[in-house]
Design a protein around this ligand. Structure first.
Ligand code: SF4
Length: 205
């Protein structure tokens, strides 16, 4: 099987590649992540993906699109206070748009370059929503007439971390967009989120 593997970053690619190779599949990596901001962070993650590919002998295709303005114009209509707080599984309205942009580009590239299937290392992350990714992947599979290979690589979470440390890869500490950076580090947002979830589970009127 000729498989195109969308890579969200180097560390998240470690375990999926190990699993695929154990199953006799040699994927080609595809880096397209215009959701990562600011620019220096995007460059660090791209360099980590390149370093990973070089160290493990993986063929890597890079789409150099940084895409800050386009990303914001796509997601800003969906970003409001509710979207920041109401995310019980880490999935925000904007994430659908973000997944769709990246998976759509991957499916199109796979279809136009002779691949049988595509997948994404987003499926390794415990912080992403698998149901949404799967449904978007399958939609693009039909549209571009190329298979979407769904995998649940979350069971290798710790193994992936260990491999990325062994390889000396840069490990980011937020998802990618500027909103996720705020949600990761802002104590004010953390407090508001806790309050919101307490109110959901409270029996009080
Ligand atoms: S939180 Fe992550 S998946 Fe969601 S929009 Fe931001 S970068 Fe994309």
């Amino acid at each position: 099987m000729k498989l195109l593997m969308h890579m969200c970053c180097g560390p998240c690619s470690c375990y999926p590649l190990e699993r695929l190779r154990a199953e006799g599949v040699e994927p080609t990596g595809y880096f397209f992540n215009p959701n990562i901001h600011p620019y220096e962070e995007w460059r660090r993650r791209l360099n980590a993906a390149r370093m990973f590919a070089e160290k493990v002998g993986l063929e890597l295709i890079v789409d150099n699109h940084y895409g800050l303005r386009e990303f914001l114009s796509r997601v800003l209509p969906l970003v409001n206070d509710d979207d920041t707080i109401k995310n019980p599984d880490g999935h925000h309205a904007r994430c659908r748009v973000c997944y769709a942009w990246r998976l759509g580009a991957t499916a199109e590239y796979a279809s136009t370059h002779g691949f049988d299937a595509f997948t994404s290392t987003l499926l390794y992350s415990r912080h992403q929503n698998h149901d949404v990714i799967r449904s978007i992947g399958e939609t693009f599979a039909r549209r571009f007439d190329v298979e979407f290979r769904y995998e649940d690589w979350r069971e290798g979470w710790q193994r992936g971390i260990d491999l990325s440390i062994e390889l000396g890869l840069y490990r980011q500490n937020y998802c990618g967009c500027i909103f996720s950076e705020e949600e990761r580090f802002s104590s004010e947002l953390r407090k508001r989120r806790k309050k919101f979830f307490r109110s959901l589970h409270s029996d009080e009127p």
